[in-house]
Design a protein around this ligand. Structure first.
Ligand code: BGC
Length: 764
């Protein structure tokens, strides 16, 4: 059994283990199975290993090296000296195997390396960005997409994704809103656990990888939406809004967590023992390992928290950061810290144990290598493309469709496709597409061209160019190309060419939004407008009187208030990924029907941020939408909103009972009817409100949802189960989780503005 499981190149290593008398633990079958952290064979194996390790070797396991960063000591030497437990950013399978061979064959203890990578929304095949995936309201789709990503990543030997990013984001100015599942803790939790299941499956299966839940915690509440800025969150907000997706991911078995960059309530997250120890380990029972974020250990000095690098290493290790990403403070100072007594041997052993256990569970001790030839079969395979296309179809949100301008008729004579995002491959992929390739990517223009075939003439003009002035980007392949429209005359000419094209076309699809560098890390914004001259282009196109459809490619809600009143068709495609252009064309021409719903409240203007639907009631609740004198305080589109070409109504709400006991559940049943002649999806959303209790509670909170498909003309009932447990919340009055008895409102509908209403009582 063992030798059937062990790959040929690995036999040499296994033999070495035999010779060293360390073999028995390795003989444990690594058949995919759910290993409890207390698995006795694993325990023995890791204990044995720990006993043999020197302090330096242990600290080596706690160090992660960034492959592409400048280094004075070669990677080979580092590995031979057992000074690295993990690498990030290696993506070539031959290189991964070469480095792994050094670790396994040429070191005293033969401990394999763990290769990690930001597999955020796909590896080589880029899936829609996470905010888009959350717009699908389809956890099974999300799980499948991350499984497909795991297949690609593991085929090159990467066994650890720095994902899912489960930070709640209530402020569209924050660039990283794109990387998460939006503003809602319930939706965010379902997306978090789905992603963990997708990446990890049964840990140890060769096509699965470890998840790393990030960034723990509160990063999304950055002051002013400014990336890395401090977060100040009450316990009530932490426990009820920001923690739940982390908790859900941990409960789903997430093997690793990543500490966040910023100060949380005055203490840097990477030196925050309350977060990393008290909450994560003691309260939630997490048994995996925690990695720092990029250089967050030395940053403890930058924060004005640690006094010296040695102090920073000690504070991070003592707080519960088991592995240091990129920087070398653990390597440089932990041994000294132990000598001085600021860190204990036990702290080191605990950290190393959890890292070795993760490697063991993955099966790295028996099968550390990428299978030669597998990547060539797996990367951008037909299956991957198919899954990415479906994902992009299901995660686009139809925001407006006046007079049924969509779907487009294939009988039209000609079509103009205009805009700086229409034919841009990097921008179609979005941020965190580090292993994606331009050449694989289908833009909206090419998707429309392929769909239109020879029957519709498709003409293209860029119209305007968009630039990010202070581009700060991690991968040089994504640096914005130098502008081609340099002079004022060239810009005018390009603008005019586009508007002339609108005039001479039956219909125009304008593809506008944000460059990929405009959303993501270090991509916060003070405004939410369409960057550059895009709004002018849109308004000039509309002024021609010709029919216009707007497709948005972007990573956050934008200020499209004018468009929402003047442009009849608006499709939010987010950054849709490798197959994005095909998916958008499918949706525009009705070969797929939009069914996505917003995972964020869509503001009218940046000044409304942070904006979220699950706020509490305040004085004069009737004036809720008039809290500014110069702008409505209501969102442009509410959380959970999205249209379809089908028109599926939700009515006849019935509850199985109007009383709910602790640990019980009630069923809410509604009738859905699709009187239209189009098959389509509707998402049934269930919201509750606790009228009174030990704390004031949000006006509405999502507590259940289901995306369902209805044939044209179909009518059927859908039941959503509401568990009493889902009504529990962390009460500031008692400082613990409570289920308050009393009357609750319940709404079911197709957005957070749902009107089907009932009440029930939670009994004491
Ligand atoms: C980001 C993390 C990411 C890490 C490695 C950091 O800057 O905050 O989300 O996983 O880099 O790429």
């Amino acid at each position: 059994m063992l030798f059937r499981l062990i790959h040929l190149p690995c036999r040499k290593a296994a033999l070495l283990w035999l010779l060293l008398g360390l073999m028995s633990p390795v003989l444990v079958s690594q058949e995919p199975q759910a290993l409890s952290p207390k698995d006795p064979a694993m325990r023995r194996f890791v204990d044995d290993l720990l006993e043999k390790m020197t302090l330096d070797e242990k600290i080596g396991q706690m160090s992660q090296v960034a492959y592409q960063e400048p280094h004075t000591v070669s990677h080979e030497e580092r590995i031979r000296k057992e000074q690295a437990g993990s690498f990030l950013f290696v993506k070539d399978p031959a290189e991964i195997n070469r480095l792994q061979h050094i670790a396994v064959d040429e070191t005293r203890l033969h401990i394999p390396l763990l290769f990690g990578f930001d597999v955020v929304h796909g590896f080589r095949t880029i899936y829609p960005v996470p905010l888009a995936m959350a717009s699908s309201w389809d956890p099974s789709l999300v799980e499948h997409a991350q499984y497909m990503a795991a297949r690609e990543a593991s085929s090159v030997g990467i066994r650890w994704a720095f994902a899912p990013m489960v930070d709640i984001a209530r402020d569209a100015r924050w660039g990283r809103i794109m990387e998460g599942s939006g503003e809602d803790p319930f939706l965010g939790s379902r997306m978090a656990e789905a992603q963990v299941r997708g990446f990890q499956g049964t840990i140890g299966a060769p096509d699965r990888i470890l998840a790393c839940v990030k960034h723990f915690a509160g990063y999304g509440a950055a002051a002013g939406g400014r990336d890395y800025d401090q977060s100040d969150l009450s316990d009530e907000q932490l426990w009820n809004v920001y923690f739940p997706p982390f908790r859900a991911a941990q409960a789903a078995g997430a093997a690793t967590f990543m500490a966040a960059y910023m100060d949380l309530n005055g203490v840097p997250a990477s030196g925050n023992r309350y977060l990393l120890h008290d909450v994560l380990r003691t309260d939630w029972g997490f048994q995996g390992f925690v990695v720092s974020d990029w250089e967050t250990v030395p940053n403890l000095v930058t924060h004005g928290f640690a006094s010296t690098p040695a102090d920073a290493a000690a504070r991070a290790a003592n707080a519960g950061v088991d592995m240091e990403m990129t920087s070398s403070l653990y390597r440089d100072f932990l041994a000294e810290d132990i000598k001085h007594g600021s860190v204990t041997q036990q702290t080191i052993d605990n950290a190393v144990r959890s890292i070795l256990e993760a490697k063991y569970k993955l099966g790295l001790f028996t099968n550390p290598y990428a299978t030669p030839g597998l990547a060539a079969k797996e990367l951008v395979s037909a299956d991957q493309r198919h899954a990415a296309r479906i994902a992009a179809q299901r995660s686009s949100v139809l925001l407006r469709n006046e007079s049924n301008i969509l779907p487009l008729k294939k009988s039209m004579r000609n079509l103009a496709v205009i805009g700086p995002l229409a034919d841009s491959k990097p921008d179609t992929m979005g941020s965190w597409s580090l292993a994606g390739k331009y050449d694989d990517t289908v833009t909206v223009l090419s998707g429309i061209r392929a769909k239109a075939g020879s029957s519709v003439e498709v003409r293209y003009a860029k119209g305007v160019e968009v630039e990010r002035g202070n581009a700060s980007i991690f991968d040089p392949q994504f640096a914005s190309p130098p502008p081609t429209l340099v002079t004022g005359a060239q810009r005018e000419e390009s603008f005019k060419e586009a508007i002339d094209l609108v005039r001479s076309s039956d219909l125009t699809v304008l593809v506008l939004g944000e460059l990929q560098s405009m959303s993501g890390e270090r991509a916060s914004r003070a405004t939410l407008n369409l960057p550059g001259e895009q709004e002018n282009l849109l308004e000039a196109a509309e002024a021609t009187g010709k029919p216009i459809v707007l497709v948005l490619i972007n990573g956050r809600p934008l200020d499209i208030t004018w468009a929402s009143q003047h442009i009849p068709g608006i499709l939010e495609a987010w950054y849709p990924g490798t197959e994005g252009g095909n998916a958008v064309a499918d949706l525009l021409f009705g070969d797929a029907v939009p069914g996505g719903k917003l995972p964020v409240s869509w503001p009218r203007t940046a000044g409304q941020e942070p904006l979220y639907y699950n706020h509490t009631l305040s004085q004069i609740p009737v004036d809720r939408d008039a809290m500014y004198w110069d702008e409505s305080s209501a969102p442009l589109y509410p959380f959970g909103y999205g249209l379809s070409y089908a028109s599926i109504s939700i009515h006849d709400l019935k509850l199985s009972s109007t009383n709910l006991r602790a640990a019980g559940a009630i069923e809410a049943t509604v009738t859905l009817h699709n009187p239209s002649n189009v098959d389509g999806d509707q998402t049934v959303e269930l919201y509750t409100h606790q009228r009174a209790g030990s704390a004031s509670r949000p006006v509405r909170e999502l507590k259940g949802f289901e995306r369902v498909h209805l044939k044209a003309g179909e009518q059927r009932s859908v039941t959503i189960t509401l568990h009493a447990d889902d009504l529990k919340f962390w009460s500031p009055a008692t400082r613990q989780t409570e289920l308050d008895p009393g009357i609750f409102d319940l709404w079911v509908g197709d957005s957070s503005a749902a009107t089907e209403h009932a009440t029930f009582a939670v009994l004491p």
